[in-house]
Design a protein around this ligand. Sequence first.
Ligand code: 5GP
Length: 176
Amino acid sequence: MKIKADDKEFELYIPSEELHQRIQEIGQQLSQQFKEEKPLLLGILNGSFMFMADISRTLDFELEIEFVKLSSYSGDSSTGQVSHEISLKKSVEGRTIIIVEDIIDTGLTIYNFIETLKSKNPKTVYLVALLSKPVAHQFPIHIDLVGFEIPNEFVVGYGLDYNGFGRNYDAIYKVC
Ligand code: 5GP
């Protein structure tokens, strides 16, 4: 199956059932590890909105949800700069923070954000990413939990966009 987003075509890469099966597994792991911690789930907008909605619904213990908005991408490539378009107002001091990220490419966005976060003295910072492109990583990041490792290809769907389009699909598509 193919979809169109702006001026490009994309083909099905990770079907909905596979995506949701893995999200259930991630949820079980987070539950075991963080049930007693009253964690703060911190989503990175815009791309993580769908993953956050689904992962948080697998967790039936006390937690908070917040979002920040960071961006480093323009079209289908990294600009090399991270801008904080909506920053975190809540105190993270002494808290267990679970970062919920859609995709890690070079690692620039998340590396930069985690450095900022750590300077605010959280108890723990745990990084969950639905997708990761290991061959593209260029920064010293440690991803605690990954949904799927993928090759260095541009993907859309399930919150991820190309020029603003393609976020609404309940599956991951790769560029044709
Ligand atoms: P990084 O800073 O790790 O290079 O890039 C992370 C951000 O770039 C992600 O949060 C996402 O917004 C965007 N990005 C990286 N790779 C892709 C991709 O394959 N597809 C889409 N839609 N966005 C991507």
